[in-house]
Structure formats: structure tokens, C-alpha cells
Design a protein around this ligand. Sequence first.
Ligand SMILES: Nc1nc2c(ncn2[C@@H]2O[C@H](COP(=O)(O)OP(=O)(O)OP(=O)(O)O)[C@@H](O)[C@H]2O)c(=O)[nH]1
Ligand SMILES: [Zn+2]
Length: 202
Amino acid sequence: MKIERIVSTRLPTPFGEFAIHGFREGDTGQEHVVLSMGDLTAGDEPPLVRVHSECMTGEVFGSLRCDCRPQLEAAMKSIATQGRGAIVYMRGHEGRGIGLVQKLRAYAEQDAGADTIQANAQLGLPIDARRYDAAACMLRALGVNRIRLLTNNPLKMAALAEFGIEVVQREASLTRPGPENERYLRTKADHMGHHDLGHLFE
Ligand SMILES: Nc1nc2c(ncn2[C@@H]2O[C@H](COP(=O)(O)OP(=O)(O)OP(=O)(O)O)[C@@H](O)[C@H]2O)c(=O)[nH]1
Ligand SMILES: [Zn+2]
């Protein structure tokens, strides 16, 4: 995989000032960004990293069908509190890799009774089409080979490891469930093997 860092600049946010690094994949032209804070390569302690899948409905419009925005904000806050870490923001991961409009079609199926997995299956789409090689390459380009990863998703950990990023520790990324995203979170807990989400419903 060829991926190039095109630019690095400042990004002041309500959570503190990050650096934002703009990357472009050589083969596809797909763009991604990494937000970083502090010196990612200093010391023995691996940095806290969130590899986050783009979700326009949640992050731009505040959709309550998922918890992507609260997860992203919590990750930015944790990194700011520690003064060090990175958000690898994966464009092209929208809808677990099926794309925005296909995700909206899946939402329509869900409103007719399907869960998140059944909805994709009914549309003839993969349940999860995301790849993590670009994420691993971007981390490496920033000098990072060992991380503490904020996730509940075992596939994400395994995929990063497969592409040479050592996940020294996993930290849960939990938000408070609401009536609109409860089924989405339960499906991840019950059928997609996600860690820790089951505790939300105890
Ligand atoms: N296909 C599909 N994608 C969804 C749906 N709801 C949210 N998404 C997408 O799922 C992605 C987030 O992935 P998740 O599987 O929920 O969580 P994760 O990132 O794998 O796991 P964590 O690291 O624990 O948050 C975002 O790109 C969302 O757009 C849905 O109902 N159907
Ligand atoms: Zn979302």
C-alpha cells in the first residue's frame, strides 16, 4: 500500500490543539487524516490511539442511530487529558465500508425490522468491508509501531496487528446507550463479538 503524508498543520479544537496530518493513498486517491497531540514517539509508554471510521450522519448531523460522535469526542478528550495520542480518521470506512448511501439503505431496512447485520445481508452487501492497511501505514509514517488502542472491536485489533502495529493494550470505548442506538449496540455485543458493550445493558 502506498500512502503519502501531504501536509501537517495545526487544528485547534474545543478539546485542545491537535496537529492534523493529511494523507492520500497512491492507488485510489482516497484521503484520510490523523489528528495527533504530543510527541508520539517519546518515551516507553505507547500512545493512546483511536482508529475511527467516518460516519457523516453521526458526526456531522448528530444522528442518535449510532454513537460515533460521542466515541470520537471521548477519544479526543482522553488524548487531550493525557496530552498525547492520535485519532486515525478513516474515510472510506463509512457504513463499515459500504458507503454513505448504502448505509442509508440499510437504515431503511432496519426501520422495517432488520438488525444491522440482517440489513446489509438483505441488500447483498458485506457486513464489514473495512480494511486497516492504510491506518497501519499512517501510524508507521508518524513513527508509531506500538499503541494502546481505544476500541471494543476485536477485528480492528487483529487487523492492525496483521499490518504490523502492536496493540499493547486495549481500552474500551463506551458511551451511554439511548433508545435510538440500543439495538445497534446490542447487535455488536451479541453478534459481532465486540468487547465490553454487554456491560452497558446490565
Ligand atoms: N452498514 C452499517 N454501518 C453502520 C451502521 N451504523 C453505523 N455504521 C457505521 O459503522 C462504523 C462504525 O463502526 P462500528 O462497527 O459501529 O464500530 P467500530 O469502529 O468497528 O468499533 P469501535 O472501535 O469499538 O467503535 C461507522 O462508519 C458507521 O457509519 C449500520 O446500521 N449499518
Ligand atoms: Zn455512526
